[in-house]
Design a protein around this ligand. Structure first.
Ligand SMILES: C[S@@+](CC[C@H](N)C(=O)[O-])C[C@H]1O[C@@H](n2cnc3c(N)ncnc32)[C@H](O)[C@@H]1O
Length: 272
């Protein structure tokens, strides 16, 4: 199977691994609550699809315990190497990783109890194929659990910044140029129905944070890391990057400023 680090719009570099770790820390409590409501319990076989560097995989391994098993599926060889190291360091022995491109490869699982899919559907060229691949990996009654964006434009600062609005437009355009769809969650209910699945529960999630609050670091670090990424991809110029950074510095120095995070739609569905 082929891994294509260069084909992934956000990159697989160290700064991105650090950002994904921070992001998982901000979301961790919400995610564990979601897994609990989805019925993930000890002894289950759970897939973390598009698992990246494995931060959620390691937490899932704790949730399913030594009688259960977690399989992380990921296309990046670099992320898989990090995920294996991270899980070993946490003492998780019930996790394994499969290097596969979910758009091209046959996935070697047919009996999963649940599949966790976070921020993968936004990047794939055919999210309907992704949903049907997921349905194919589940037992009847198995759960499909998504955290994917539904209204990326919710991402904004208060007071507003034209530069940050331009940043959001650049990010959405770059994802679409690489074949993804930022607001993919809008399409998932129809794809789930077509794949023989029933939606059980949905909820929109967006946070709002002041500069001193830990959640601020999630949208702020995304801007920081991805300004450099947009520059590296040749999609923006250095003067504009400096101007966005200046606006971010002004916001961070303003105790009344807010960052509103892009809206995620949580979907819990089951294979009929
Ligand atoms: C934003 S990261 C999210 C990682 C992880 N799910 C998390 O929440 O931290 C998206 C991940 O999807 C992976 N990915 C993108 N397209 C893929 C594909 N076609 N097959 C497998 N993995 C893919 C990327 O390599 C990356 O690790």
């Amino acid at each position: 199977m082929n891994c294509k680090e260069q084909d992934y719009v956000l990159g697989t570099h160290d700064a991105e691994i650090g950002r994904l770790q921070l992001q998982h820390g901000v979301w961790r409590q919400h995610v564990q609550d979601c897994w609990q409501r989805s019925g993930i319990i000890a002894g289950m076989r759970v897939v973390d699809i598009g698992c990246g560097p494995g931060f959620a995989s390691a937490d899932l391994a704790e949730t399913v315990g030594s009688q259960g098993h977690v399989i992380g599926i990921e296309r990046s060889e670099r992320f898989i190497a990090f995920a294996e190291h991270h899980c070993r360091a946490r003492g998780a022995q019930n996790v394994s990783f499969v290097m596969a491109d979910v758009m091209q490869d046959e996935l070697p699982i047919t009996d999963a109890d649940a599949i966790w899919c976070r921020w993968l559907a936004i990047f794939v060229s055919d999210p309907q194929l992704l949903v049907s691949q997921m349905a194919g990996m589940l037992k009847p009654g198995g759960k499909l659990i998504f955290h994917e964006y539904v209204h990326y434009e919710t991402y904004q600062s208060i007071p507003p910044s034209t530069r940050i609005e331009e940043f959001i437009i650049h990010v959405m355009r770059s994802w679409r140029d690489f074949g993804g769809e930022p607001n993919v969650a809008r399409f998932l209910p129809a794809y789930l129905a077509a794949a023989g699945c029933r939606v059980l529960e949905t909820r929109p999630i967006s946070f709002s944070a002041q500069p001193h609050q830990p959640v601020w670091q999630w949208p702020a670090s995304f801007i920081d890391v991805n300004l450099q990424r947009l520059l590296d991809l040749g999609l923006v110029d250095a003067d504009w990057v400096t101007a966005v950074k200046d606006d971010m510095r002004r916001l961070e120095a303003n105790p009344n400023a807010l960052l509103i995070t892009p809206m995620v739609l949580e979907i819990i569905a089951e294979k009929i």
